[in-house]
Write a protein that binds this ligand. Structure first.
Ligand code: WT7
Length: 642
């Protein structure tokens, strides 16, 4: 959540920005089209999405657009058959996009590799053949523990092509985390790399894999495919570990695409919730494909000449939807960057924009605030005149960062599309379009076909200007289909909190014009630099330390990261014998959390306490701790007393 100061600023924000005439004239979706889209979606929700589905190729059309007989287990396009890779790759080989650039990749050292659709197609086919030869078939899971390199995109598509389900574990996660995901998914094949470059360092990823694997169950990860990226010395264990390039050498550049049912799973992606364990969100071939493709075409207004720079790692949902699938489904060219955004200095991203002539720049508020801190002289040194659209996602951008982004990256010339969505939604849900009137700090209106609303805890719509829970009142194509292995949890967490509505877990308000203003999470989930971190997850990690008896974690506002975690810990008395002082113990606990969960979960501070405040029923009063920390008086109770 943003600092409270920003919240106040939101309430008085009244600036509006109108689109330039040229933007309106050239937009894929012009004002009359948008009005018609809202009219159609309003009159016939399913007809709207059916129209979107017809933009793609299907091997068999649907028997119905939506089967809601077993709600909330909605089935989009039942009876339809396709494979997302048919639309993302195969089909381009027969049309003019065949020799168009699909992927531009830049390594941290400035090395560059480019793939046309045809080249990407052939590489994907080789890996698809290799995976088949390793015994992977339809429905099997393939785990990806990959840095941002071209082979990562290849691996996602190759798995999907043969009907396998990719389960991506972001390369910043720990060995323990990887082991758990491997055990959950029972993936027999793991695709990884020797390492990658970030922040001027060579990170040895294979060493983390070697640490994770001894604990996995049964046949899990019996084969590890290793991409040679850094060429560093790594341990290759025979016969388990195989080099990607050796494997592909013998493979044919043609491979059959498995024709899937629309509802067959395409990938799982883990995200934090309010329990100690991340949940595996499941997305499918048909509905996800329609949502990703349609929103990328309309919101990002994609044209044949566009070069889309998505800063998100492919391992997050943003990377999946708008770094890989959305761009390829629409025949666009996408830029993937390996390294740290400020390496070797703060003009790195502007330099990439200039070098390849990026037209769309999709970033995160944390990134914008980082650039802001270094100052406008960095982007000013670069020619950013090719840019025509800016995008933001992951956390509240706020009016101040919005204005900076607009002015110093967009040269007061590019609409800022602040897109609200989630791992679970699979696609952008609330967002301005290039032709929209923009309000800095607002994520704009719900997109056509998205029944978003702000309601109270009974599900009643709240009046404009008043805060409430963000919900979606009708299903949408790219929605998660379930939580893997936890149908009950899916129904409970998302559809039963407010009956009949999808509960997003955010608090928001809507103004008189129908514009949404996101205020932050409504639950015990932190948003650290756009990454969801469950307080329960961090608390579980802390409690796994032998000297910790109890722990509570709260989020505190941070100028750059939006939010950071602070831990309150009740320690076993022996800690005094083991450490020189509280600071030394705190450092150990921070390092411990890092080892358990990975470097993205940063604990800013650790405070030792004798006891933690609890409700009569024993629940930790995190809001009390947070309020104490912020020096706020608790008025009207904590809402957690029961
Ligand atoms: C949570 C979802 C979707 C890709 C990145 C995050 C927050 C997302 C915005 C935005 C304010 C936002 C919400 C949401 N969030 N976009 N434009 N403005 N907040 O995906 O990890 O699933 O997190 O991120 O709190 O619930 P995620």
């Amino acid at each position: 959540m943003t600092p409270t100061g920003t919240l106040d600023a939101l309430l008085v924000e009244e600036r509006v920005f109108r689109p330039a005439p040229a933007t309106v004239i050239e937009a894929n979706v012009k004002p009359a089209d948008l009005a018609e889209a809202y009219r159609l979606a309003e009159a016939d929700h399913l007809a709207y999405w059916e129209k979107a589905a017809l933009e793609l190729e299907w091997h068999r059309k649907w028997d119905a657009v939506l089967d809601d007989g077993k709600a909330p287990f909605y089935r989009w396009f039942p009876g339809a058959r396709t494979n997302i890779v048919h639309n993302a790759l195969d089909r381009h080989v027969h049309i003019w996009t065949k020799n168009k650039l699909a992927l531009i990749w830049e390594g941290e050292a400035g090395d560059c590799r480019k793939f046309t659709y045809f080249e990407l197609y052939r590489e994907v086919n080789r890996l698809a053949g290799a995976l088949r030869a390793l015994g992977v078939s339809r429905g099997d899971r393939v785990c990806l523990y990959m840095p941002p390199i071209p082979e990562t995109v290849v691996a996602m598509l190759a798995a999907a092509k043969i009907g396998a389900v990719h389960v991506f574990v972001f390369a910043g996660y720990s060995a323990k985390f990887l082991r758990e995901r491997l055990n959950d998914s029972k993936a027999r094949v793991l695709v990884t790399a020797d390492g990658f470059y970030r922040g001027g360092r060579c990170i040895n990823l294979k060493a983390v894999v070697d640490e994770a694997l001894p604990g996995v169950r049964g046949e899990t990860a019996e084969t590890v495919v290793v991409v040679r990226r850094t060429g560093d010395d790594i341990d290759m264990q025979e016969p388990r570990d195989l080099y990607y390039h050796d494997l592909l050498r013998q493979e044919s550049p043609e491979a059959a695409t498995e024709i899937m049912e629309a509802g067959d799973p395409l990938f799982w992606l883990h995200t934090s919730g309010t329990t100690g364990r991340p949940k595996a969100v499941v997305h499918n071939h048909g509905g996800y494909m329609v949502g990703a493709s349609h929103t990328f075409r309309t919101v990002f207004d994609i044209k044949p000449t566009d070069i889309h720079f998505c800063t998100a790692d492919p391992g997050w949902i943003t990377g999946h939807t708008y770094g890989v699938y959305g761009p390829l489904l629409t025949g666009a060219t996408v830029i993937l960057y390996e390294g740290h955004p400020l390496y070797p200095q703060a003009d790195r991203l502007p330099t990439i924009i200039e070098r390849y002539g990026a037209t769309i720049f999709y970033a995160t508020p944390t990134l914008v605030r980082m650039l802001m801190r270094y100052g406008p002289q960095y982007p000013k040194k670069r020619d950013l005149s090719t840019l025509r659209l800016l995008g933001s996602v992951g956390e509240p951008l706020g009016p101040e960062a919005w204005m900076w982004f607009y002015k110093h990256i967009g040269r007061s010339n590019c609409p800022v599309l602040d897109t609200w969505w989630q791992t679970e939604t699979g696609m952008a849900m609330i967002s301005p379009m290039p032709i929209s009137v923009l309000k800095p700090g607002s994520v704009g209106k719900a997109l056509p076909g998205i029944a978003a609303d702000v309601v109270d805890d009974k599900g009643q719509a709240v009046p404009p200007g008043q805060g409430g829970f963000l919900v979606v009142k009708k299903p949408w194509p790219a929605m998660l289909t379930t939580l893997e292995g936890d149908d009950a949890g899916y129904a409970r967490d998302y559809w039963e909190r407010i009956p009949g509505c999808y509960f997003a877990g955010d608090v928001a308000r809507r103004d008189e014009d129908g514009y949404f203003w996101i205020q932050g999470r409504a639950d015990d989930v932190l948003n650290i630099a756009g990454h969801r971190v469950g307080t329960a997850e961090v608390e579980a990690a802390l409690c796994a330390h032998r000297l910790v008896t109890e722990a509570a974690v709260v989020g505190l506002p941070d100028k750059i990261k939006g939010e950071v975690a602070k831990a309150f810990v009740v320690a076993a008395p022996e800690w005094r014998a083991a450490f020189a002082d509280a600071d030394a113990f705190a450092s150990e606990l921070r390092a411990h959390v890092r080892r358990e969960l990975g470097p993205i979960v940063v604990i800013k501070a650790v405070e030792l306490r004798d006891t933690l405040p609890r409700t009569r029923s024993g629940k930790i009063l995190r809001r009390k701790l947070r309020a104490e920390e912020l020096g706020q008086a608790l008025e009207g109770g904590t809402g957690e007393e029961e």
